[in-house]
Design a protein around this ligand. Structure first.
Ligand code: ZN
Length: 89
């Protein structure tokens, strides 16, 4: 169940029900599955209300890939471009 209900007595003698949402999971890298750093673990309904800057890291593919996978991806792309340039000469 996504919600937990807490029954609390108020100072006036009444009873109130507190609804608590479960914490969500930390977003993970799309390639290696490592937990992404700098992002909060919130319930999806709360995650939607965040600003864009709070849902991502200020980097290319921030909030989608981890730093290590992005580094490997960029290196591969540069190597491919160098190969193409060398083959044309
Ligand atoms: Zn990764």
């Amino acid at each position: 169940m996504a919600k937990t209900y807490l029954i609390r007595k108020t100072p006036s003698g009444g009873v109130s029900i507190i609804v608590k949402l479960k914490k969500g999971n930390i977003p993970r890298c799309a390639i290696c599955g490592r937990k992404l750093q700098g992002l909060p673990a919130l319930h999806p309904s709360k995650y939607r209300r965040l600003n864009l800057s709070q849902k991502r890291v200020s980097r290319k593919y921030g909030g989608y890939l981890c730093h290590k996978c992005l580094e490997n991806l960029l290196k591969e792309k540069v190597r491919e471009k160098i190969k193409i340039l060398n083959s044309n000469q």
